[in-house]
Write a protein that binds this ligand. Structure first.
Ligand code: ADP
Ligand code: MG
Length: 596
């Protein structure tokens, strides 16, 4: 009896703090978000000892008068919502009225604020600054002090009365890593703000609100990332999508470089992650993750942020629409972009690197001396030998004029696997198998979309044995087989025979192909929807029918391949997302050979 008591407010706050304040980075995030909600144009974050000793966030936002400043640290106090109606359509980053109270319950606080004078109140005596101190929930009195417009909140000795929590904190470097990550997210979402991050007196970032987003990305990440982004923008059905899509060359082994922002809030969302993954399908190898910065704007009423204490998850009222709009916009952009891999040369050659660079340059000079004598002053002019003229070789595959201007290019095959061909600006090295695979894959997709593949009867049907599971799989996928132009019929107990096979796969062995197809259908195919399964089958078919590495090609075969490459939709990647082509630009070559 009498066991249940009401917790005092400070206990309530400490418990709430457990939800949102796990480590210094959460404090940094909450304080920075408050600054943004207060309309700041400049935010300075100073950290000492990974945030254990001090976290200070100073802004030039609208500030608070003495009364508000003293209220701000009480629990459930907010200026951002007033009624339950406001919960639908939250346009500020904060709204729960818990952050300051939580932080103040687990650390020593000193906050100074000076409100910006409203124009209408324009009197002589502009309101001054006030200062308040709070020690783990113990609020001191408020008093005037001198300060600039805006607010500065200093948080000292986080968790100092909670040794268990404090012990949980990691090294200053690790904590700083988390802080930098939150700082980065907020910096990406608020490109127009001046923002500085300082650790132990050392400036880690100083970002200007005047720089454009690419410059900001270069400073926050690296120039390499910033230079390898493709811009995409679309506005449809209430959704504004702006994306900077990382080229496949800078892809990662995890999804840490996927930054998704919804109306300025960093979020993680499984529908959006899935849309991103699908958009890159075929442009990236399956185990790689793209770098992407995705900025979505949509009406506040179309989603709920009140589902998670740290507000990193949201609930879309129409998740399917969000998924399909994002997938459509990103995929269209990626398919319409040349994702050719650029050859990487050693960067500027200082004396330490000169040696290695010189060796590469020498080796390349040697290569060209052997393979193609260039007359002294004649740079990159096509020699008369071994040219291909796309409109000439295209007979049967294309009609003249389909590929635009006539191409007169030089090429050669090396190691029976790669084709070196001249390009507008430099030359390309092509993986013959990967490129041919891509071309066949696109051809197959086109034909299947138009109907079914044309097939030819086998002179002698080829028979093979099947397990019950395999028979079931074939029956379940009868429609797919029909589309592919593969005709199978029972030939005896547990035996089937192939009667017809697609013409376009003439180079593949029918038995071998059907064998792998059955594996795919029984194994992987079981979990895939029809479209993905078809895609997998076409992938496999393209791989089997394509020219192999190590296969000697005649000049006319190479010319064909190069001509087809010009027409392909996405010639730079094989269907599995690996590069087909590496480009060496003339400008880079000239630099390497020290001609410029
Ligand atoms: P919330 O952000 O959810 O409203 P907080 O506890 O973070 O709750 O902040 C409480 C209130 O204090 C805010 O609603 C805002 O009115 C005020 N406030 C907090 N930080 C600032 C700031 N940097 N500048 C001006 N007002 C602030
Ligand atoms: Mg807040």
């Amino acid at each position: 009896m009498g066991q249940i008591v009401t917790l005092d407010q400070n206990m309530v706050n400490m418990i709430a703090a457990g939800e949102v304040i796990e480590r210094p980075a959460n404090v940094v995030k909450e304080l920075m978000e408050n600054s943004i909600d207060a309309g700041a144009t400049k935010i300075t974050v100073s950290i000492e000892d990974g945030g254990r000793k001090l976290i200070s966030v100073a802004d030039d936002g609208r500030g608070m008068d003495g009364e508000d400043l003293s209220h701000a640290f009480d629990s459930h106090t907010t200026s951002k919502i007033k009624t339950t109606l406001d919960l639908r359509g939250i346009s500020t980053l904060g709204f729960r009225g818990e952050a300051l109270a939580s932080i103040a319950s687990v650390a020593q606080i000193r906050a100074v604020s000076r409100p910006v004078l409203e124009r209408s109140e324009g009197t002589e005596d502009s309101p001054g600054a006030n200062c308040i101190e709070i020690d783990c929930g113990d609020k001191g009195s408020i008093g005037p002090c001198s300060a600039d417009y805006g607010t500065t909140v200093q948080v000292r000795d986080l968790f100092y009365k909670l040794p268990a929590r404090r012990k949980f904190l990691k090294t200053a470097n690790t904590e700083m890593g988390h802080i930098s990550e939150h700082f980065t997210r907020i910096a990406l979402a608020n490109g127009n703000l001046d923002m500085t991050l300082i650790h132990n007196g050392r400036e880690l970032y100083r970002l200007s609100g005047k720089q454009d987003i690419r410059q900001r990305i270069a400073e926050l990440f690296s120039p390499e990332i910033s230079e390898n982004l493709i811009e995409s923008e679309s506005k449809e059905r209430g959704l504004h999508i702006f994306a900077l899509l990382g080229r496949p060359d800078i892809s990662r082994t995890n999804n840490k470089f996927q930054y998704v922002f919804l109306n300025g809030r960093f979020i993680r969302d499984k529908f959006i992650s899935h849309a991103i993954k699908e958009a890159y399908r075929g442009s990236l190898e399956p185990n790689r993750f793209p770098v992407i910065f995705l900025f979505i704007q949509m009406p506040y009423e179309d989603y709920d942020v009140n589902v998670h204490p740290t507000k990193i998850e949201v609930r879309f009222y129409n998740a399917n629409l969000v998924h399909s709009q994002i997938l459509g916009a990103l995929r269209e952009k990626l398919l319409g972009t040349n994702l050719e891999t650029q050859a990487k040369f050693p960067a500027a050659m200082d004396s330490a690197r000169l040696n290695r660079g010189q060796k590469i340059a020498d080796a390349m000079a040697e290569f060209f001396k052997k393979h193609k004598p260039i007359q002294s002053q004649q740079q990159f002019a096509p020699a008369p030998k071994k040219q291909f003229n796309a409109s000439r070789f295209g007979a049967g595959q294309m009609t003249e004029g389909q590929i635009g201007p006539q191409l007169q290019r030089e090429f050669l095959q090396i190691h029976d696997s790669f084709i070196v061909a001249e390009a507008d600006d430099g030359f390309v090295v092509i993986d013959q198998h990967a490129l041919h695979e891509r071309i066949i894959y696109e051809d197959l997709s086109r034909r299947i979309r138009a109907g079914k593949l044309e097939s030819q009867k086998l002179l002698i049907p080829e028979s093979f044995e099947l397990t019950d599971a395999a028979v079931d799989a074939l029956k379940a996928n009868a429609e797919l087989l029909e589309k592919l132009g593969i005709e199978l019929a029972p030939f005896g107990p547990k035996t089937y025979a192939i009667h017809a096979f697609p013409t376009i796969l003439a180079k593949a062995e029918p038995l071998d192909f059907v064998d792998d197809l059955i594996d795919l259908l029984t194994d992987k195919g079981a979990g895939l929807d029809a479209e993905r399964l078809l895609d997998e089958v076409l992938n496999m078919a393209a791989c089997k029918a394509a020219i192999k590495a190590g296969q000697k090609l005649s000049d006319s075969e190479i010319a064909h391949l190069l001509a087809d490459r010009e027409r392909a939709e996405c010639a730079s990647r094989c269907p599995h997302g690996r590069p087909t082509t590496i480009k060496f630009s003339a400008t880079d070559l000239e630099k390497q050979f020290k001609r410029t």
